[in-house]
Design a protein around this ligand. Structure first.
Ligand SMILES: Cc1ncc(COP(=O)(O)O)c(C=O)c1O
Length: 419
């Protein structure tokens, strides 16, 4: 054996603690903006201060008219569904391969998700969208999985032909673009999570962008009652009389979180640029391995929220994916992961039996659920590694590549040791 795998007592490629992906990185600059905000204000009732600053920055970057902050990506997504006025009897076409929170907020409106399979790249398949359109379809929601943009030209065309609202969950895709256009600018509205692991993070938080006044006003009423609704909703809007109470809920963000997110946002382009270089390096060094398929992207600039490869068991000389991953982790590559919660979601109880949770909204079980073989396959064969964002992370990137190359060479030359 050329190198002894750490799995069998050989030397690790890297110490596991050095292989960690720590995100977000709390710099002096982050501490300073959070401390400043702490002394300025910890609760903002209207559109002012750090909320106004970040909403303007984020909307301007995307060339969109309006931005509205929320306490999570989930509530920002919910605001899109309420924004377009969904209700019982409506259907929304959505991916099955996504985090459940792309779809779950819709259940509060009584609308039914109609799931679609994905393409080989993990993103919703436009051909499947077309097949699922019925007279009840009101909208399509897409997720740019792992930061790789969906085929937005084709999907936009389908939605405009069929007069459907197009919604984007950009929670993995801050700063990504498709055919030179930023994701989050293709549909009626778009939402981003600002949760702790996200590229732009406040620890918790979310933001929704739209150009449509009625979506914005309804989103305000959903989660920003009283002062902000009174400040912003014009009397001419048909629901302006509800400004004091809104729809009864409060989903406002925390100013400390947004001070942090705003500071992070000022680095977005440089991080996406550095991540792209490291992603290119992974592809250049690992792309020739015949049992790993690198992330697939065309006409686009991914954000590289994560680097998700596909493991082709048929070409891996009988070595199972779990064993391959175990050998990589034993090499010290502590972040190598088979994503668990981000999985095909159509069989989750919330989507199969919504009538048990919301009997007031759903009369019966979901009936239109079929098999989604590409999504199942993508999920079962996905191996995820982080993509670092700083030039000084070059060493850890090289260590990951070396660790992969070491295990790959054993799979290719001495597979029996791993079966
Ligand atoms: C694709 C996707 N959508 C939605 C969410 C929900 O965002 P949050 O955790 O901020 O509510 C996440 C968060 O992980 C996500 O990955």
């Amino acid at each position: 054996m050329k190198y002894k795998l750490a799995l069998f007592g050989g030397q690790k490629t890297i110490l596991p603690e050095k292989a960690r992906f720590n995100w977000p990185v709390i710099t002096d600059e982050v501490e300073a903006v959070v401390m400043k905000q702490l002394h300025e204000s910890v609760s903002i009732y209207n559109r002012s201060g750090i909320f106004e600053e970040f909403e303007n920055n984020f909307a301007d970057y995307h060339g969109r008219k309006k931005g509205l902050l929320f306490n999570s990506g989930t509530s920002a997504i919910y605001s899109m569904f309420e924004g377009i006025g969904l209700g019982p009897g409506d259907e929304v076409i959505c991916p099955t391969y996504t985090l459940f929170a792309t779809v779950s907020p819709m259940m509060m409106t009584g609308a039914r998700p109609v799931f679609c399979d994905c393409r080989e790249d993990g993103n919703i398949n436009p051909d499947e969208i077309v097949k699922k359109i019925t007279a009840k379809t009101k909208a399509v929601i897409v997720t740019h999985m792992w930061g790789i943009p969906c085929q937005m030209d084709v999907i936009s065309e389908i939605c405009s032909q069929h007069k459907l609202a197009l919604l984007e969950d950009c929670s993995h895709a801050h700063g990504a673009s498709y055919q030179g256009r930023k994701v989050g600018t293709f549909g009626s509205a778009a939402a981003w999570s600002l949760q702790g692991q996200k590229i732009i993070s406040g620890g918790e938080g979310g933001i929704m962008l739209t150009d449509t006044d009625s979506i914005y006003n309804r989103a305000l009423l959903l989660g920003h009652y009283n002062k902000r609704c009174k400040q912003e909703i014009p009397e001419s809007f048909q629901l302006s009389g509800f400004s004091q109470t809104g729809f009864g809920q409060k989903f406002r963000a925390h100013p400390l979180a947004i001070a942090m997110a705003n500071q992070q946002f000022s680095h977005l382009d440089e991080w996406v640029c550095q991540k792209s270089q490291f992603a290119k390096q992974y592809i250049a060094e690992l792309g020739s391995c015949r049992f790993l398929t690198m992330p697939q992207f065309h006409d686009s600039q991914p954000s590289w929220y994560a680097f998700v490869m596909q493991y082709n068991e048929a070409s891996a000389n009988g070595v199972k994916i779990e064993k391959f991953v175990e050998a990589l982790q034993a090499e010290g590559l502590s972040e190598v992961d088979m994503p668990g919660s981000t999985c095909p979601i159509h069989n989750l109880p919330l989507f199969v039996a919504p009538e048990q949770v919301f009997p007031r909204l759903y009369e019966n079980k979901q009936t239109n659920i079929s098999d989604f073989p590409i999504a199942e396959k993508f999920y079962n064969l996905a191996i995820k590694i982080p993509v670092w964002a700083f030039p000084q992370d070059a060493e850890v990137v090289v260590a990951y590549i070396k660790g992969f190359q070491k295990v790959i060479s054993v799979v290719e030359n001495e597979p029996k040791t791993l079966t």
